[in-house]
Design a protein around this ligand. Sequence first.
Ligand SMILES: [Mg+2]
Ligand SMILES: [Zn+2]
Length: 219
Amino acid sequence: MKPIIFCDFDGTITNTDNIISIMKKFAPPEWERLKDDVLRQKISISSGVGEMFSLLDSDLKAEIIQFVKEKAHIRPGFHDFVEYTKQAGFPLYIVSGGMDFFIAPLLNDILPTGTVFCNNAHFDKKKIYIEWPHACDEQCNNECGCCKPSIMRQMAGADDFMYVIGDSVTDFEAAKRADFVIARDILLEKCISEGLPHRGFETFYDVMEILKQREEVKS
Ligand SMILES: [Mg+2]
Ligand SMILES: [Zn+2]
């Protein structure tokens, strides 16, 4: 079986969650209730995140991009990890509930086009609004926004060995479908409590080591 890798962005490739950082900095206090409702699963991810962004004026675009560029730190080893997957011939897809306008500036020079799946933010009305080009397929009714399980069904073949790399509850549906999970933070706790096959990581050097070890054992 050949490996295929699905990797989250916020809190996984970057050290922190960019949507949370943006809201803390720019949104009026109402955003916190929306965030709590999403985390308690009272509202779907897509409606919660959509409403959060609708609290922000489109005029803020340049300022928000500048803020994310300064604030977001890529986790150590990520560039080497991307290079490693290219050389090993392992397809790598970024699957993110984040938005194109803050992901593209951080990843465009590193990853080939067509390998990043995320949501699109638009700034042509008074308030920011979100478009969801990778919404749930007919097998998912979570209203994920960017539906990671749907993308996995779309991109992986029957004899692919699926790795999921992530950090949070928003990766859990994908993790349940994975053959092996590489996890940190809340997703790591979830993998332990649900008994999913996994290893923990902090940097992408760890991720590379895990892949090397596993793939050498298999071959
Ligand atoms: Mg995340
Ligand atoms: Zn879904």
